[in-house]
Design a protein around this ligand. Sequence first.
Ligand code: A2P
Length: 279
Amino acid sequence: MTAAALAPTVELVHGAQMPRLGLGTSPLDDADAEAAVASAIDLGYRLIDTAHAYGNETGVGRALAASDVAREELFVTSKLNAEWHGFQEAQDAFAMSAEKLGVDYIDLFLIHWPNPRQDRYVDAFRGLVELLRTGRVRAIGLSNFKPEHLQRVIDETGAVPDVNQIELDPTIAREESRGYHRRHDIVTESWSPLGNGGELLQLPPIAEIAERHGRTTAQIVLRWHVQIGAVPIPKSANPARQAENLAVFDFELDQAEMDAIAELDRGESAATDSNSFGH
Ligand code: A2P
């Protein structure tokens, strides 16, 4: 068997190397997540994304344990829910996730949603900083944080998150968030990078570009993420699609193609509003 082609990596602000593409696992249950993660690792995926909220950390952990790939070659991400927003609570959430995953460290641990009405995300981030300081995680970050939330985290803790994972695809291009991340050396990670497999994959500019390159529309969209500097985590339980989604590091979109895709942006109001939604 030839060695699987791996995604290149990006260095995060606290020094970890993060693969530039990974596997999303929501909404797979334990059994489906176990199968999906096992096949993804075989195909060359090294970044696996889960969360307490998905209820599948045990299944993900089973696949990690069964894999021949060494733990240090894998990049495991999980996320904590609103109930664990606090300095000690965030550390407790880590312990719970690590136990379910069967790992003694997590590569990247995130606050899943800011829940600004609860107003405890700054304390939760202090808990993540403590996890980093004590070597229980390699990188720390946030998910669904707006620039105003990020600014508070940075101002009040003096620490910078490695990553902010946000809803991002060509129709929700998140210019303002990405600009903020760039200025602060925060890596943007894209959830639902394929628009949840919906109409995005049929839209004319994407379909035309796919035709021109002899690639699938999913590959064009994922390549766009890579070229804007984001790390996409497409979900698929289907091994053929998993392979297709990883194979986006051997071609390039030109500026005219990137510009045509940029026309699809519907603006910030198309994104889930994390001031009102969260868990
Ligand atoms: P499936 O699991 O049956 O492959 P997103 O990551 O943007 O949320 O999109 C996930 C959805 O897109 C899933 O329903 C997944 O279905 C589908 N999907 C994943 N990869 C592809 C692909 N390469 N082509 C078409 N649909 C895909």
